[in-house]
Design a protein. Structure first.
Length: 182
C-alpha cells in the first residue's frame, strides 16, 4: 500500500463513512488539531521527565487517537465501529491532576510559560489542546460530537498545565510568575 493516494489532490478528503469534504472543513480542523496535539505529547514524552509522566502521556496519546477517530467519523453515514472514550479516561486525568497538585506549592499567581524545554512543550501542548477543544465545541453546534470528547479535552488542558508545573518543580525550576504592572 502506498502512502500517497492522490485522492486529496483537489482539496477534498474522506471522513470515516466515505463522505468527501473540503480539507478546511471544521471536522478536519478538529481532528487535525488533535493530531497536532498528539505530536506535541510525543515531544513531551521524549524529554527528560519522570517515567510515571511518560506512562500517563502514552495513555493520553492512545486516547487522542480514539478522539481523532471519533471526530473523523461522519456521524450520519459511518457504520464502522470505532473505539470510544470512557468516563474512566477522564477520571484518570483528574486523578493525575490531583496527585501532582498535592505535591506542588499552592498556585497564587498566573504562570508565564517557560523555564525548560519540557515545561515549555507542556504549555504549547496545553494551548493546542484548548484550540482542539474550541474547534470541537464549534463542531458540536452543527454536528454530533461525543460529549466525552469535549470533557476529555477540557480536562487534558488542565492536566498539561499541572504537568508543566510538576515537571518544573521536579527540575527545580522557579516558576515564572506573572506580576501585573499597575
Amino acid at each position: 500500500m502506498k502512502i500517497y493516494t492522490k485522492t486529496g489532490d483537489k482539496g477534498l478528503t474522506s471522513l470515516i463513512g466515505g463522505t468527501r469534504v473540503p480539507k478546511h472543513h471544521l471536522r478536519i480542523e478538529s481532528y487535525g488539531t488533535v493530531d497536532e496535539l498528539n505530536s506535541y505529547i510525543g515531544l513531551i514524552r521524549d524529554q527528560d521527565i519522570a517515567a510515571r509522566h511518560k506512562e500517563v502521556l502514552k495513555e493520553i496519546q492512545d486516547r487522542l487517537f480514539t478522539i481523532g477517530a471519533s471526530l473523523a467519523s461522519d456521524p450520519e453515514t459511518s457504520r464502522m465501529k470505532i473505539p470510544d472514550l470512557h468516563n474512566t479516561d477522564i477520571e484518570l486525568l483528574e486523578k493525575q491532576i490531583d496527585l501532582m497538585d498535592g505535591e506542588l506549592p499552592a498556585l497564587r499567581h498566573f504562570i508565564l510559560p517557560g523555564g525548560s524545554n519540557a515545561v515549555s512543550f507542556c504549555h504549547i501542548a496545553r494551548c493546542i489542546c484548548r484550540r482542539a477543544e474550541r474547534l470541537s465545541v464549534h463542531l458540536s453546534e452543527d454536528s454530533f460530537v461525543d460529549d466525552k470528547v469535549i470533557i476529555y479535552l477540557n480536562r487534558l488542558s488542565d492536566y498539561l498545565f499541572t504537568l508543566a508545573r510538576k515537571v518544573g518543580n521536579e527540575q527545580q525550576i522557579t516558576e515564572n510568575q506573572w506580576i501585573p504592572r499597575v
